[in-house]
Design a protein around this ligand. Structure first.
Ligand SMILES: Nc1ncnc2c1ncn2[C@@H]1O[C@H](COP(=O)(O)OP(=O)(O)OP(=O)(O)O)[C@@H](O)[C@H]1O
Ligand SMILES: [Mg+2]
Length: 486
């Protein structure tokens, strides 16, 4: 350990500043972890582990709003003396301990003059924190600037749900692939990823990907699809009923047939239904024309999409061996993706209502597509389901990992859903988010992390905060992307 300075005037039990010894300002950085020997070097009343934030350089002689000889000298290009310069950092206490005891929150005033030390690379200060975990595990990530200091995380809180936030291109999907997914698997969770655009996960798990078209669809989802393709059956109820009759018992009807056969059969069925059930000749003619137009819009390719036969149960069962499956949702409309989500979430809730422990992490990338700020229509149902899954999940080992560019407000995710995310990773944020109410600012400001920090974070850096972090203060972490990216 190396001494870097002493505690300055005006300290309290929750905050203090360290005055740096000469030249320390050249390498001591924000986010460094320090140890304060509270009281004195020889007989400290306790040792306080802290994190450095909000650095400050002061030289009163150079006050820019007052005229002094030094300022005048600087004005003509001279280099004023540095003898009265002071550099300091705020120390945010993580916790305190005496001897070999466990770390507890600090209640003692951090005494001015107490010496402050920094850890060598070989001594991982996070070792002092990890014992407070109920179920200790490690993220394959490290404290920014210290590749040897792996991050402890409490796997007990996996089913208390996780949020990953950051503007576009900050590395959320990479982080999820390289750090979170391996962490879940290591701790006995299978992982099901919903890849909205098929770009972030599908290419990385070629043997563990299933296309939305391969999955068996529920009859109401099929009706919704036909309705979408035909502008709500061209507003004709008879046509809707005709479709409904064919779709009832869909699975048996399509069994062993080709999409072309199903297409022909459906066409025939619509015509027959109208002939047999519609009495008025003029209405019959209009219905028939609408049926023809519908069948022109519905291609055999679309019928093929509806003929998937893999049941959600099969996917869940095969996960026990495969550990990870990516659902490729690319290529279809939002409504279709969302109706598949509803099928999936109903299945998961059913299993949980029956008392089953799922040991499953459901990764929902592009979360605002599912539970936006103000959900409407099908999104309202989806948002409600996500809230439900979150509540049930805590007792049945279901983790939801929601990934979003924004946190709160219009660019964020629904507040009621967000409340359920008890561990959050914040990457570089959009200015709207960095400052908004209920967003990162409220979570991070008390720990000396200001909006400026959040706006300027580099790619792949995240503040780790919440219940899974055994350290009560958010930590800035990063990782080596192992899968090579694209
Ligand atoms: N650990 C890292 N170190 C350096 N760069 C990284 C790291 N992780 C990710 N990046 C960079 O971030 C880029 C974007 O990553 P990613 O696709 O995960 O972003 P995203 O946050 O998911 O974006 P979007 O919101 O658009 O989906 C990568 O192409 C890579 O260049
Ligand atoms: Mg992404």
């Amino acid at each position: 350990m190396k001494k870097i300075g002493i505690i300055a005037d005006e300290s309290s039990e929750t905050k203090a500043r360290v005055l740096l010894i000469k030249d320390m300002e050249n390498f001591i950085k924000a986010e460094d972890i320090v140890l304060v020997l509270n009281g004195s070097e020889e007989k400290p009343v306790c040792k306080i582990l802290g994190i450095l934030r909000k650095g400050q350089g002061k030289n009163e002689l150079l006050n820019s709003s007052r005229y002094r000889p030094e300022v005048a000298y600087a004005k003509i290009g001279g280099e004023p003396s540095s003898s009265r310069e002071i550099f300091s950092f705020e120390v945010i206490p993580i916790g305190s301990f005496q001897g070999n005891e466990k770390l507890t929150s600090n209640r003692l005033i951090i005494q001015p003059r107490s010496p402050v030390y920094i850890f060598d690379e070989e001594e991982n200060p996070l070792d002092l924190i990890k014992n407070s975990c109920k179920q200790l595990s490690f993220l394959d990530a490290y404290l920014e600037g210290h590749p040897k200091w792996q991050i402890p995380a409490d796997a007990f809180y996996i089913p208390y749900h996780v949020g990953v936030f950051g503007t576009t291109g900050t590395g959320k999907s990479w982080f999820t692939r390289n750090v979170l997914i391996p962490f879940y698997i290591k701790n006995g969770y299978d992982v099901l990823v919903l890849d909205w655009s098929g770009r972030d996960y599908v290419p990385f798990f070629p043997n563990n990907t299933i296309d939305i078209s391969q999955i068996a669809k529920e009859e109401n989802a099929i009706m919704e699809y036909f309705s979408e393709l035909t502008d709500n059956f061209f507003g004709q109820n008879n046509l809707r009923y005709a479709f409904e009759e064919y779709v009832t018992g869909w699975k048996n009807k399509i069994y062993g047939k080709s999409p072309e056969q199903v297409h022909n059969e459906l066409n025939q069925h619509l015509q027959n239904y109208i002939k047999e059930n519609v009495e008025r000749r003029d209405v019959q003619a209009a219905n028939r024309r609408a049926a023809e137009r519908s069948m022109k819009r519905i291609t055999t390719e679309q019928i093929r999409y509806l003929m998937g036969d893999v049941e959600i149960e099969e996917i869940l069962n095969s996960l026990r061996e495969k550990k990870i499956e990516v659902l490729n949702l690319a290529g279809y409309s939002s409504n279709l993706k969302l109706s598949l989500f509803l099928t999936l979430s109903r299945k998961l809730s059913d299993l949980m209502y029956k008392g089953q422990n799922l040991n499953l992490a459901l990764v929902i990338d592009e979360a605002p597509q599912y539970c936006p700020y103000k959900p409407e229509g099908i999104l309202e149902r989806v948002t409600e389901e996500i809230k439900n899954l979150a509540a049930l999940g805590r007792k049945h080992n279901l983790n939801l990992t929601l990934i979003s560019q924004g946190i709160a407000g219009e660019i964020g995710i629904n507040a009621a859903v967000r409340r359920n995310l008890n561990t959050n990773f914040y990457g570089r944020l959009h200015p709207l988010d960095a400052a908004s109410e209920g967003g990162a600012k409220d979570w991070l400001q008390p720990y000396g992390i200001s909006a400026d920090y959040l706006l300027t974070l580099e790619d792949g850096r995240f503040y780790f905060s919440g219940v899974m972090n055994p350290c009560p203060v958010p930590l800035l972490i990063t990782y080596e992307p192992k899968d090579g990216g694209n």
